[in-house]
Design a protein. Structure first.
Lengths: 230, 342
């Protein structure tokens, strides 16, 4: 489950890689408070710049709150140690907007990464990866490198990598951007199935049609504030 | 792209199993530059360690060798010695004819030296030894016109075990003008020199270690920069700092071990040559002579056997030491770098 209480987040101007991540001094998220129960599904809505990606980064532990209290899958961020955060991240699956696939690894190994980090047996990894490759329709592309794939194929690989280890929390940032309607519908059905099995899911999207087809609890952000929770 | 799946073992040809974590360490830390640099450092370290070992051996030899011998010269050795103040020359009431004959100065000194605490041997050089000793200055005909003093060697159990001034005073009381030569003065200075050389050699080793560590750290940082995207990704997927640091450290340890091994092999012939040159100063026979009679080892092993044992052990430990330095340096570098990630 997820629990936020008065959580604010402000980028520190320039990131360590030199990229300016946000307007210096501006708060990306302000005084957010909401709960998502285990197995809950939440649409994360709002215009560009509202703070959706920042909130997903926060939930994925890529950044820490500037203030407030945050609990992810039963772990209080205030009290979490570094090794504990690594363990927690292994229970989270993320679909990044820009996919973040490793270009020099074959599709098979990109998808297998979360399982390898859990030191699963190779036989088990092979079976799991081939199974999910079948599901996303990319078994024939298993040996391909990501740059050889189309945008839609890369997105399906990213989705496969996010869910292959059956995470307790799935965070998806515009996961249907590069998918056609049929693939988007299949993905939504998968998310609903996972939620039914107890996985907590948060999906950020601009796709109003998709939200209408799969109505669910919505978290709407505007200027970093939560303007709707319901 | 064609599916390269092997029938019966689907996926086996795509996956490199545990290596396929995206870190691509062979590209992050190439296997050419680092071993060459570490090999060069290993050669320098071997030279410095050889210097330290040599200085230590020489220091020990000088301290326990020359410094443990006191040379005593007794002029007019056959003249009668003075009678000690505690013992009158002719006891009262005794017949002068029954009094023991007065000792010669040389015999009196020999007797006094035999009583010195810590003396292991007292040896008066005979005529032949004296001639041999003096022949560089007086020629080899053995017919010296000069009145030669008695030369006596006092061997001590250990250097500095005796108060030379007190001894000189005692001997002077029996045989005035007796000269006590304290070899320890020179050996002390030589020992100080050897210790200074040893310190310099150790400093040189420390500098080599520091430069090697800096080189490994710079190489690791370059590798981290090259694989930043992959590292950030697997970190976000739950890889621990220990896992990432361990993967990098394993890679640099292997490369540093390889470099250390190459450096040790390169240094071995040089060290054998130096050992042979230094052998006479250390009081040993030339190692080559020993090697020639030693059965068994051949090739590199034979060369290694030609080294003094401490140096051979040092040389054998270079590669593991390089691996350890590489592993530790990389662990620290990677873990420090990872601290920038949340």
């Amino acid at each position: 489950m997820i629990r936020l209480r008065d959580v604010s987040f402000r980028y520190e101007g320039t990131a360590r890689d030199g990229a300016r991540e946000a307007v210096q001094g501006g708060a990306a998220l302000r005084q957010l408070s909401f709960d998502v129960p285990q197995g809950g599904f939440r649409w994360l809505l709002g215009p560009s710049g509202a703070g959706k990606s920042s909130l997903l980064r926060l939930l994925h532990l890529a950044v820490r709150p500037t203030s407030g209290r945050m609990e992810i899958l039963g772990v209080e961020m205030d009290q979490a140690r570094r090794a504990g955060l690594a363990r927690l991240r292994r229970r989270i699956g993320v679909v990044h907007q820009d996919f973040r696939l490793l270009p020099d690894l074959p599709v098979f190994d990109n998808i297998a990464l979360p399982l390898r980090l859990q030191h699963r047996p190779e036989d088990e990894i092979r079976d799991e990866v081939l199974s999910i490759l079948d599901w996303v329709g990319l078994r024939a592309r298993a040996a391909a490198r990501p740059p050889q794939l189309s945008g839609g194929e890369q997105q399906r690989v990213a989705i496969a990598r996010a869910v292959i280890h059956r995470p307790a929390l799935v965070l998806a940032d515009e996961p249907t951007n590069a998918l056609d309607d049929q693939q988007a519908n299949r993905l939504m059905e998968l998310f609903q199935d996972l939620a039914g099995l107890g996985t907590t899911i948060v999906v950020a999207t601009h796709n109003d049609g998709l939200v209408r087809r799969y109505p669910s609890h919505e978290l709407e952000l505007a200027h970093g504030r939560l303007v709707r929770d319901g | 792209m064609a599916d390269r799946t092997t029938p019966g073992r689907p996926g086996a040809s795509w996956s490199q199993a545990r290596r396929a974590d995206g870190l691509a360490l062979r590209r992050a830390i190439p296997d050419r530059l680092l071993p060459v640099l570490v090999a060069a450092m290993a050669v320098l370290a071997a030279m410095a360690l050889a210097g330290a070992t040599g200085a230590r051996i020489l220091s020990a030899r000088w301290t326990t060798g020359a410094a443990s011998i006191v040379t005593v010269q007794v002029p007019r050795p056959d003249d009668p010695a003075l009678v000690p103040a505690s013992r009158p020359a002719t006891p009262a009431g005794a017949d002068a004819g029954t009094a023991p004959p007065a000792l010669s100065r040389a015999d009196a000194v020999l007797a006094a030296l035999a009583d010195v605490p810590g003396a292991s041997r007292v040896h008066r050089l005979d005529k032949a030894e004296l001639e041999t000793l003096l022949s560089p200055w007086l020629g080899h005909d053995g017919d010296f016109a000069l009145a030669l003093p008695a030369v006596i060697e006092l061997h001590l159990d250990r250097a500095g075990a005796m108060d030379a001034d007190a001894l000189a005073a005692r001997l002077d009381a029996r045989a005035p003008d007796t000269l006590v030569e304290r070899n320890s003065l020179w050996s002390d200075r030589l020992g100080d020199l050897a210790r200074s050389l040893q310190t310099c050699a150790i400093l040189a080793v420390l500098i080599v270690v520091a430069v090697a560590a800096a080189t490994i750290a710079a190489t690791t940082r370059a590798g981290l920069g090259a694989r930043r995207q992959a590292i950030e990704l697997i970190h976000s997927l739950g890889a621990t700092d220990g896992y990432i640091a361990g993967r990098f450290a394993g890679r640099t340890a292997v490369l540093a071990f390889t470099g250390g091994l190459i450096g040790s092999l390169l240094a071995l012939p040089l060290l054998v040559l130096l050992s042979r040159l230094a052998a006479p100063f250390a009081g040993a026979t030339a190692p080559a002579a020993t090697v020639a009679t030693t059965p068994g080892p051949s090739g590199w092993g034979r060369l290694l056997a030609a080294l003094p044992l401490p140096l051979a052990v040092t040389l054998l430990s270079l590669a593991p030491a390089a691996a350890l330095i590489g592993w530790l340096t990389t662990q620290i570098t990677v873990r420090t770098w990872l601290r920038r990630l949340p």
